[in-house]
Design a protein around this ligand. Structure first.
Ligand code: CAA
Length: 260
């Protein structure tokens, strides 16, 4: 698919996916959402891609939310459908086998914060801003934000952020555990790429199963999660990556994983 709103660049197996709709602060309209769904689907299938860094074009915004102009005209049924399409992208990122790091370079508001929260973790510029302004528009977050934020930082802080519609600094988002690490604007992308490359050098099946165990386990009882973890642990012992990883350790050399 040809993308009008996305830029994709792959180097050393890491794809930088940039949402590029600067005139509307990279906000998510139906086209961007459809393109993101297609892009993540293709990236998941592409064997040459080991990880993704997601960011926004320009210095001002990661993504300033879902497109308010488009949403303002929606009927109730269309709005539900719009939310489901956005949620499909979030779930796709959750389920894909490769790590996705959000590099939040500016405003991450509403659907933009939801997109960042759907990624495996968030790095941010010290100048980034975070918030859920939806209640100020008479609605609620609709791309999984209420669910993902409460699971990440607990219901009380999630309620404060969502109920107030307040926009918080990167430092506060970091202190609250929304953001893993803060960087200067210049350092952000290189640091996200460096981490993506570090992960890509590990066993890809191990990374994929660890992602699955953590994501699936959050929806299970602890005992079921333990059982699931043990079964994935066992499955990995049927792979070449396990033999290569442990063999390389014992032979005191670097492992060369094949993802098989
Ligand atoms: N949707 C559509 N257009 C948007 C937008 C959005 N979410 N955010 C910004 N834009 C557009 C503006 O309309 C403006 O376009 P024009 O030049 O054509 O007027 C352009 O981007 C630049 O924005 P501003 O002039 O407003 O820039 P600013 O620096 O003064 O303010 C801002 C920046 C604080 C981010 C402000 O743009 C803003 O508040 N944006 C809306 C944020 C928001 O409410 N997001 C949540 C949307 S609801 C949602 O996401 C629902 C969901 O969960 C699914």
């Amino acid at each position: 698919m040809e993308f009008k709103n996305l830029l994709l660049e792959t180097n050393d197996g890491i794809t930088t996916l940039t949402i590029n709709r600067r005139e509307a602060l990279n906000s998510l309209n139906s086209s961007v959402i459809a393109e993101l769904e297609c892009a993540f689907y293709e990236l998941d299938l592409d064997e040459t891609v080991k990880g993704v860094v997601l960011t926004g074009a320009g210095e001002k915004a990661f993504v300033a939310g879902a497109d308010i102009k488009e949403m303002s005209e929606l009927s109730s049924f269309e709005a539900q459908d719009f939310a489901r399409r956005g949620q499909r992208v979030m779930l796709l990122i959750n389920r894909m086998h490769k790590p996705v790091i959000a590099a939040v370079n500016g405003y991450a508001l509403g659907g933009g914060l939801e997109l960042a929260l759907a990624c495996d973790f968030i790095y941010a510029s010290e100048k980034a801003k975070f918030g859920f302004p939806e209640v100020g528009l008479g609605v609620i977050p609709g791309f999984g934000g209420t669910q993902n934020l409460a699971r990440l930082i607990g219901p009380n802080r999630a309620k404060e952020l969502v109920f107030s519609g307040r926009i918080i600094t990167a430092a506060k988002a970091h202190a609250w555990g929304i953001v893993n690490e803060l960087f200067s604007p210049e350092e952000l992308l290189p640091k996200a790429l460096e981490t993506a490359r570090e992960i890509a050098a590990k066993g890809p099946l191990g990374v994929a199963y660890a992602k699955d165990a953590i994501a699936s386990g959050l929806n299970m009882t602890k005992e079921d999660g333990f059982r699931y973890e043990a079964s994935l642990f066992g499955v990995l012992f049927a792979t070449g990556d396990q033999r290569e990883g442990m063999g390389a350790f014992l032979e005191k050399r670097s492992a060369e994983f094949k993802g098989k």
